[in-house]
Design a protein around this ligand. Structure first.
Ligand code: SAH
Ligand code: SF4
Length: 438
């Protein structure tokens, strides 16, 4: 979502005459878009800020200026700390106010002209959302993100999202369809619908007198009707919101890709309970079974947290057996990171770091094994690949299979943005290589 938000900030600033540059020493403005989900992600901000402070001083010594803005969830959660630790930051804005960036920049510029140093801080959760103000998306490619939902009302005990992104909110069906059409007209072939709780989507139709809400299954079917779209995905889902209509969309909508990211966090009911995940392991398995009967080729990826307070060896083994049972193709796995202000941070029985480390290593080893095995089983197969970027080597394009495996092939730019049939001849644990079947 931060990639999407960053692109939208670029769109907004583009409207007022800014364009993106590759090097910070050429930049009149630097925006750091931040993530607060784990401590490590947050801490990165301050080391990056130190770097940009030097660039800013150097530019100022040369008579130029540089506005530094900190956007996103660290700004939202730790605005005061940023003001204290980095007083040279000009703008601090949360994830829900970035449509106002041009006004904030104008205010900072006015102060600078008067030789005054002042900080603009905007951490509001406005009633009318940013989506009502954002310009049309201009930064897109063959594969694009589209935010349809934001925020969360679930309050898992480890998670900062409900505090930093705010209450759950769904965009209207029309505004999403408009943005999807516009992306497809500009050449996008694959859309990934985004939300912190994307399958909790419950959107209204703008001009309907009935206040009827429509779920993600309905939205997927509507987007899939747009001519020119080749692939559709959505991320990130909560198991509790995988309703039957959405599951049946997986069986009916061919261009909905058969690869689903469905975080489970733990395979132990006791841990899930303490995490306030609001479902049991058996509920998760039932959802997986239903998905597989709707779309037998479907495969899953997931998120795991190891070392949540109170996690015993038995709890951890339950997670490992769930991983073996579902055979996740891929996963994001993390050591529990106590986040200030969340209930999990002060729970008893915090797990020592060395135990977290060894559990994480074991879990990642098993997951990597699944990934390697699946990649190796692709050798000799001919599979559809959407090429969406240039490779590191000249004359090479990079793309993705239906299951998100990265594939490289020696191809010219005519294949960019196309879904081509590729015969796979090499596989590592992370990627595939092949050639296009003529
Ligand atoms: N809405 C999604 C997840 C959003 S956060 C869901 O409900 O599953 C993305 C991932 O970050 C989570 O799935 C979790 O695995 C990880 N995460 C969130 N808070 C964390 C914390 N305090 N420590 C470690 N990992 C965390
Ligand atoms: Fe965070 Fe996801 Fe839980 Fe919401 S459902 S609190 S976003 S982990």
């Amino acid at each position: 979502m931060n990639v999407y938000d960053s692109n939208r900030m670029a769109d907004i600033m583009h409207k007022v005459g800014y364009h993106t540059v590759n090097e910070s020493h050429n930049a009149d403005m630097v925006i750091l878009n931040t993530c607060h989900i784990r401590e490590q992600a947050s801490e990165k901000l301050f080391s990056e800020l130190g770097r940009f402070r030097k660039v800013k001083s150097k530019r100022e010594a040369e008579g130029a200026t540089m506005i530094i803005a900190v956007a996103g969830c660290v700004a939202q959660a730790a605005g005061n700390e940023i003001i204290k630790r980095a007083p040279y930051v000009d703008i601090i804005l949360g994830p829900q106010t970035y449509h106002r960036l041009p006004e904030m920049v104008a205010e900072v510029s006015r102060s600078k002209r008067k030789n005054k140093d002042s900080q603009v801080v905007d951490l509001e959760f406005p009633k009318k959302t940013k989506f009502d103000y954002l310009p049309k998306a201009s930064v897109a490619g063959p594969s694009a993100f589209l935010s349809i939902q934001e925020g969360c009302d679930k309050f898992c005990t480890f998670c900062v999202v409900p505090y930093t992104r705010g209450a759950e909110y769904s965009r209207s069906i029309e505004s999403i369809l408009d943005e999807a059409k516009q992306l497809i007209e500009s050449g996008t072939k694959e859309i990934t619908l985004l939300g912190q709780n994307v399958n909790a989507y419950h959107g209204l139709k703008e001009h309907s007198t009935r206040k009827q809400e429509f779920g993600l299954g309905y939205l997927i079917r509507r987007i899939a009707e747009i001519n020119g779209l080749k692939r559709l995905r959505y991320i990130t889902s909560h198991p509790k919101d995988m309703n039957d209509d959405l599951i049946s969309a997986h069986g009916e909508v061919e261009l909905l890709m058969p690869f689903l990211h469905l975080p489970v966090q733990s395979g132990s009911d006791q841990v899930l309970e303490r995490m306030n995940r609001q479902h049991k392991v058996k509920d998760y398995i039932l959802v997986v079974e239903k998905l597989l009967s709707a779309r037998p080729e479907l495969r899953l990826s997931s998120d795991f947290i190891v070392g949540f307070p109170g996690e015993s060896d038995v709890d951890f083994e339950a997670t490992i057996s769930l991983i073996r049972e579902v055979k996740f193709l891929q996963a994001y796995s993390f050591k529990f990171s106590p986040r200030p202000g969340t209930p999990g941070a002060t729970l008893e029985n915090q797990i020592p770091n060395n135990i977290k480390d060894s559990r994480l290593a074991l879990l990642q080893d098993i997951l990597l094994g699944h990934q390697s095995e699946f990649n190796k089983s692709s050798i000799g197969k001919t599979v559809p690949v959407l090429f969406d970027r240039r490779g590191r080597v000249d004359g090479q394009l990079l793309g993705r299979t239906k299951f998100m495996q990265p594939v490289h092939a020696n191809l010219d730019d005519n294949y960019m943005g196309q879904v081509s049939q590729v015969t796979i001849d090499t596989a590592t644990s992370n990627s595939l290589g092949g050639s296009v079947t003529k």
